[in-house]
Design a protein around this ligand. Structure first.
Ligand SMILES: [Zn+2]
Length: 170
């Protein structure tokens, strides 16, 4: 997902990007915490896409529609005080967590993505399949030490998620 967004917005701001939960996360249930196999199933992307402000809404909408169309790798999305999940069929609902997620948006993934790194059909027409390069890597386990591709792609030292999102879908 991050690679796709990077391709779409080459000069986007990555300051609020993150994926690995900090110690505040680790005491709670959060998809930013590695599971027992070291897999992290959450990604924060900076809402400053280097375009006009509404672009973040447009991108979140593309991801939401992709999930609604049936890409079950996407578990839920949080942005600007709203959460979108299979509950109520991906309708935008009020997010009541401590952090309203305005500087970044949060995407949680299901275990289906662990071994399925094909590109997300964000345009709804599968056009992206033609430019698929090494999308297969996306589903690889992300090691705890951040030595994988995802951290070298610009996250640098700011790999910790600061969104404080910790929600239960139960
Ligand atoms: Zn997050």
């Amino acid at each position: 997902m991050r690679e796709q967004v990077d391709d779409m917005y080459m000069d986007r701001d990555r300051k609020s990007d993150g994926w690995l939960g900090d110690t505040r996360h680790s005491v709670r249930k959060s998809d930013h915490n590695p599971d027992k196999n070291g897999i992290v199933r959450a990604l924060d992307l900076d809402a400053d896409l280097g375009a006009h402000k509404e672009e973040a809404y447009a991108l979140v909408e593309k991801i939401r529609k992709c999930a609604k169309r049936g890409d079950k790798r996407i578990k839920y999305i949080i942005y600007d005080g709203k959460i979108m999940s299979p509950i109520m069929n991906w309708k935008r609902r009020k997010y009541r967590g401590a952090n309203p997620h305005r500087s970044h948006f949060h995407i949680s993934f299901t275990t289906l993505g662990d071994n399925d790194g094909k590109w997300f059909d964000l345009e709804g027409d599968k056009q992206n399949e033609g430019i698929k390069t090494d999308g297969g890597k996306l589903g690889e386990n992300i090691p705890r030490d951040g030595s994988s591709d995802i951290s070298s792609g610009g996250l640098g030292s700011r790999r910790y998620c600061k969104c404080g999102s910790s929600i239960s879908l139960a």
